[in-house]
Design a protein around this ligand. Structure first.
Ligand SMILES: Nc1ncnc2c1ncn2[C@@H]1O[C@H](COP(=O)(O)OP(=O)(O)OP(=O)(O)O)[C@@H](O)[C@H]1O
Ligand SMILES: [Zn+2]
Length: 782
């Protein structure tokens, strides 16, 4: 028998090794880290476990994917190497996880070993043992509060807290949650009063309800009943929970989850961004007494490994995570929820380019459990699946409770080009960097919008102004010669970062694609003119001009706080919490935010939402742009009027006659999206065609393009449409050139058949050597 191993190498094949025959020789004297096989057993390394093998001159850790008969190996047995070391004596990955890996490898045309690497946490990939022990503390026998010095209050109090756990003590995590402090644990240990010990994690208690569920409305009830029925039958069904913003989708998740959790099963809830994980956690923790695990990119390697094991062992009962949590192993998963399922962050944009919602549907099918895709603005892909009967639609057409859906209104902003100026606007419309912004003209807001903001603030309510661009201004322009400050590494303008109000804030230019920074020149490097202007509007500039209007004690009687919410202002730890606190106080204020505020947030006192230039996307050449723009508009608009007071939404536009925009405002997202879907069908665009995007990255554009030309030349006969090679949308990024080739097919199968055969050959092309070539299946941007 031979052992077939998937290794983390970019080759589309697996490798055969001889099983360790004499297992007593297995122990590598240099490796103290790794568990070795019990010398008394001669069992082969299990399928789904890790092994260490020689590969060329390297030693690699791989996953055993099969045991095969020696006659099946392509390499003669006497040429095969023996496995160096067996790391796991029990499988780490179940057959189900291995078949998930194989499916991912097949569908995304990515090597199996690399897929497994993406699926495993770093420390596990590195061969760390899995018997995870965690620190516990207990009091030492024969010690009591009487042993404390009379002025050691705090020590005595902390000791008493630990004493409540009796002789068995408790885990450090539990103690910290209860309010004990690490320095005191250490101090008490040094004073010989308590001790630490290691113990495996304990299994979880059954989930109980911590708070009564809300009474559902008829539509919510129907949705919950359908999902629970599917879960009880242990069947797969993909649901599209299509509910307008504020319709109580979360309550549907919670009540469907309750039934699954009470049956002793786990629930996975995917959310698009880290920002939403603590908020979602709070809502779930309020409802359930359960082990809730958060998985997101902010975790360190140890936390990640613990999280992975907690999912696999079933200790985590509710798992809330971003995209990659869908690749975790689960002991007993009973339901998957994908919240805001239209969100583009569910698509991984490098290495294994999977879409988490698609993987969720696959896993639901594989496990025989319901999958709920919840959103107010379904993607056209998902709407098409509903039309084809592959997803079951559950509709929530009304806002829950007493909240009314906000009214949308278009505001003609054709005289406010500031916000549209990637091209320079008329000079009179711009403020120079140096003088103070006093003029309300410079806000880019129309008089109607400004009045509406004032009325809202005076009524004691909050306003959200949405601008999807951080920084001060997107362009630095020389008015004399037309020079613009561009990134030296990317085909992109540098963003001006600057603050008129806060002179402590440094001013600089920054590329938002590669983070390259430069100082703001005093004069134009081309013509030496000092007439440099910051053109266009970012959140900082908008915040400052709103400040001049609503927050300056010299000009207005009553002033209101302006809260800027973007990646720059939320970078620091706890800054989100601070912003939340200020918003949740309910006091009148203006929130200025990027798409960070567009999703899922519930700010009950926001009654006016202004979108100064969100219709820009309708001007873009990208065919997906109207879909994404409408989703963003509807999501942002959905932040308005979620409490007891009705909401209003003002959409400024320079194209008030645009039929698509008018349809969206008049009829709402669904009819708008169905119209777009018809258009896509007519034009033969996705989701009615299936795409694969090949990108090549090289030091010169010529080399990048050449590879793609060579790739076409070795393509077998096909029925696909081929577009390219053409320059990628950002031709130069980070000093590298990008060229691309798009394959479109009316059916999925011929595309995949061609790729199976052709793509590995493309990677072997002589011109592809040392270049980066990537393949993106179902790409979302090209
Ligand atoms: N059946 C109900 N009765 C009363 N209030 C409800 C009910 N269902 C939900 N709510 C309340 O309605 C508000 C909005 O609900 P929720 O945030 O779940 O909406 P959502 O559909 O997830 O919205 P979004 O898509 O905008 O995130 C919440 O305050 C929630 O507690
Ligand atoms: Zn750059």
């Amino acid at each position: 028998m031979l052992i077939r191993v998937a290794l983390p190498v970019p080759l589309y094949r697996e490798f055969d090794y001889l099983p360790p025959s004499d297992t007593s020789n297995n122990t590598d004297p240099n490796s103290t880290d790794l568990n070795t096989i019990d010398p008394n057993t001669t069992a082969p390394p299990p399928i789904g476990g890790r092994v260490q093998v020689s590969f060329g001159r390297q030693t690699l850790i791989g996953i055993v994917v099969d045991h095969i008969d020696s006659s099946l190996s392509e390499v003669p047995v006497n040429k095969l190497k023996t496995i160096k070391q067996v790391i796991d004596t029990k499988p780490l990955l179940s057959q189900q996880m291995l078949s998930l890996a194989r499916w991912l490898a097949g569908y995304y045309h990515y090597p199996l070993g690399d897929v497994l690497s993406v699926m495993l946490p770093t420390l596990i990939r590195q061969g760390k043992p899995l018997d995870l022990l965690i620190t516990h503390w207990r009091i030492l026998p024969n010690v009591s509060e009487a042993d404390f010095h009379s002025n050691a209050h705090k020590q005595r109090q902390q000791f008493a807290m630990l004493k409540l756990h009796g002789e068995h003590g408790a885990s450090e995590d539990t103690l910290l949650l209860e309010g004990m402090q690490r320095p005191f644990l250490k101090l008490l240990e040094e004073n010989g009063l308590i001790e630490r010990f290691l113990q495996p994690k304990s299994p979880p208690n059954p989930v109980t309800l911590a708070k009564m569920p809300l009474t559902l409305n008829e539509q919510q009830k129907q949705a919950v009943d359908s999902i629970i029925a599917t879960a009880k039958e242990e069947k797969y069904c993909g649901y599209l929970l299509n509910g307008v913003t504020g319709s109580g989708k979360t309550e549907v998740y919670l009540q469907a989850m309750q039934s699954v959790l009470e049956a002793g099963k786990q629930v996975l809830v995917l959310v698009p961004e880290i920002g939403l994980t603590p908020q979602t956690r709070a809502r779930f923790a309020e409802r359930f007494a359960a082990n809730i695990l958060l998985l997101h990119s902010g975790l360190n390697n140890t936390q990640r490994m613990h999280g992975w094991e907690d999912c696999r062992e079933g200790r985590a009962q509710i798992i809330i995570g971003t995209r990659s949590s869908i690749l975790h192993p689960f002991a007993n998963l009973g339901l998957i929820v994908v919240d805001e399922s239209h969100d583009q962050s569910y698509k991984q944009q490098d290495t294994l380019r999977y879409h988490a919602a698609d993987v969720a549907l696959y896993r639901g099918y594989q496990l025989g459990i319901p999958v709920v895709l919840g959103t107010a603005t379904p993607s056209l892909e998902h709407l098409k699946l509903v039309q084809e009967g592959k997803l079951t639609e559950l509709v929530l057409s009304q806002r829950a409770g007493n909240a009314k859906t906000a009214t949308l209104k278009l505001v003609d902003a054709r005289d406010k080009p500031t916000l549209y100026s990637d091209l320079p606007a008329a000079p009179s419309e711009q403020a120079s960097l140096l003088p103070n912004l006093k003029n309300s003209q410079n806000t880019g807001l129309t008089d109607d919008t400004i009045h509406a903001i004032r009325d809202t603030l005076e009524a004691g309510e909050q306003v959200l102004v949405f601008l999807n661009r951080r920084g001060y201004a997107p362009i630095l322009l020389c008015e004399a010669c037309g020079w613009q400050a561009d990134c030296v590494r990317c085909e992109a303008h540098l963003t001006v970062h600057h603050s008129q109000l806060n002179s402590n804030q440094p001013s600089y230019l920054k590329c938002h694609h590669c983070d390259w920074q430069a100082s703001i020149p005093l004069a134009c490097p081309d013509c030496a003119s000092v007439n440099l202007n910051a053109v266009g509007m970012g959140t900082t500039r908008l915040t400052e001009s709103l400040h001049a209007l609503f927050s300056n004690p010299q000009t207005s009687k009553k002033t209101y706080p302006i809260i800027q919410i973007d990646r720059d202002t939320t970078r620091k730890k706890d800054s989100w919490e601070d912003i939340y606190r200020r918003i949740n106080s309910g006091d009148p204020a203006i929130l200025v935010g990027t798409q960070m505020v567009a999703k899922g947030h519930h700010f009950p006192n926001v009654t006016l939402v202004c979108l100064p230039n969100a219709d820009r996307g309708f001007l873009s050449p990208d065919f997906r742009s109207p879909e994404h723009t409408a989703q963003l508009i509807v999501q942002v608009a959905g932040r308005s009027g979620r409490g007891s007071k009705p909401g209003k939404v003002l959409i400024q536009t320079v194209q008030p006659e645009n039929p698509l925009l008018r349809k969206l405002v008049r009829d709402g997202y669904q009819p708008f999206a169905l119209e777009l879907l018809k258009e896509r069908k007519m034009l033969g665009l996705p989701p009615y065609t299936y795409g694969a995007l090949i990108r090549c990255e090289a030091k010169t554009l010529q080399r990048a393009t050449q590879v793609l030309k060579d790739a076409i030349s070795i393509m077998p006969q096909h029925q696909l449409a081929i577009l390219g090679p053409i320059d990628a949308p950002m031709k130069m990024k980070n000093s590298r050139y990008h060229s691309q080739l798009l394959l479109l097919s009316k059916q999925r199968q011929p595309l995949h058949q061609l790729l199976n055969y052709w793509w590995p050959q493309v990677l072997q092309l002589p011109s592809a050597k040392y270049l980066k070539l990537t393949l993106d299946i179902d790409p979302v941007g090209w």
